[in-house]
Ligand binder design. Structure first.
Ligand SMILES: [Zn+2]
Length: 255
């Protein structure tokens, strides 16, 4: 509760644009060529320009590549920084090379999964910096933000990063199955939902965003009908929730 004038002051203050997403370039040693190529194609820069054009921020959020010693990506709240490990893209290139006919195709799909991950980390950054409420697993909520960004577009091609990420989760699940990992060794305690669940979530949300376009998910047996019937409603609910959470933070021309 707050007195009306104080509330107005607080809201007015919160809506100001006092920051931007800022891309930082760093020295890399092992993946220099990859990092240079990504900067050449303005990979981070183009997404950051898009985010800055629609969102007001209370402070700067750094976005950068890093060599992390592991295939990962994360948001660091102490540094207010989204860190995209180059090892993760390298790992994705390996995953997709096994299933692509050309190196170009493998790179495009690897970059798709990496892009889905970048927007997942964007979700963590926004939850922190905008102090957004989250109920349920934050990891699932930020997968939902990333999915919303790519699926809320009439052009089916914009869904590709979500489909590439779904394939990554499927390949993770298959690797676990092939390795004979016993059920008791799976990280049920982890903050992330397990890979097979994330695979089906993404399929469900892609289908839910456009059931006519993706009807074949159901008819081809990729997505069980028992889940599919609920997906349009599931997608509408969480995409609407994200729009409402961000409502106050859009730049005025996007309100
Ligand atoms: Zn996460």
């Amino acid at each position: 509760m707050c007195a009306l004038l104080m509330c107005l002051f607080m809201f007015q203050d919160a809506s100001q644009d006092n920051g931007d997403f800022v891309v930082y370039r760093a020295q890399h040693w092992q993946y220099t060529g990859l990092a240079n190529h990504l900067h050449d194609i303005q990979y981070l820069e183009s997404f950051v320009a898009e985010w800055n054009s629609v969102l007001n921020l209370p402070m700067d959020i750094a976005v950068r590549f890093a060599e992390c010693g592991q295939a990962n990506a994360f948001y660091n709240p102490e540094e207010v920084s989204i860190v995209m490990c180059l090892e993760l893209l390298d790992y994705f290139i390996g995953v997709f090379t096994e299933h692509s006919s050309t190196a170009e195709e493998a790179f495009a799909k690897a970059l798709g999964a990496y892009t889905f991950t970048l927007h997942h980390e964007l979700g963590h950054a926004l939850v922190d910096v905008l102090d957004l409420p989250v109920t349920g697993k934050e990891e699932d909520a930020v997968d939902q933000l990333s999915a919303t960004i790519f699926l809320d577009d009439a052009d089916p091609a914009s869904a590709l990063p979500v489909l590439d990420a779904a394939f990554w989760f499927l390949s993770e699940a298959e690797k676990q199955e092939e390795a004979g990992v016993p059920l008791s060794d799976l990280p049920f305690y982890g903050e992330h939902s397990l890979s097979p669940a994330r695979f089906y979530n993404l399929l469900c949300w892609v289908y839910g965003s456009n059931p006519e376009e993706y009807q074949f998910f159901v008819t081809d047996g990729l997505l069980p009908e028992s889940r599919a019937v609920r997906c349009p409603n599931e997608y509408d609910k969480f995409s609407d929730a994200w729009y409402r959470l961000l409502d106050y933070h859009w730049k005025s021309e996007y309100e």
